[in-house]
Design a protein around this ligand. Sequence first.
Ligand code: FE
Length: 139
Amino acid sequence: MATSENQYEIQKSEQEWKEALTPEQYRVLRKHGTERAGTSPLDKVYSEGTYFCAGCGQPLFSSDTKFNSGTGWPSFYQPLEDAVGTTVDRSLFMTRTEVHCDRCGGHLGHVFNDGPKPTGQRYCMNGVSLKFVPEESAS
Ligand code: FE
């Protein structure tokens, strides 16, 4: 596991991130914060489309893998290929698997092993870290 953030393709100084992000995005993406459950409008979105990193614009999740976990955070059973990385997070007296964008290192949320089929995984994401772009209707 790499311990340095210098591995990421997208590099910005703290000041640059502060200028590029809203204060809440900065707190979650760059400072490993957690948004309050139930506060993200994306929690209730189930339209077809793609969820992009709010930090760098990398595609992270497809609406095809989104499900209602009942937690108040947007949840997915699988990320897109080569989109996210994980680290071990031992904060808050728990051992959890932290999930981040593998292009900018922005913190997205955590992944747990109590998700639905077919993967059994639950990617519990902060909606503020994501930007949803609906698919254009094919009419
Ligand atoms: Fe990113």
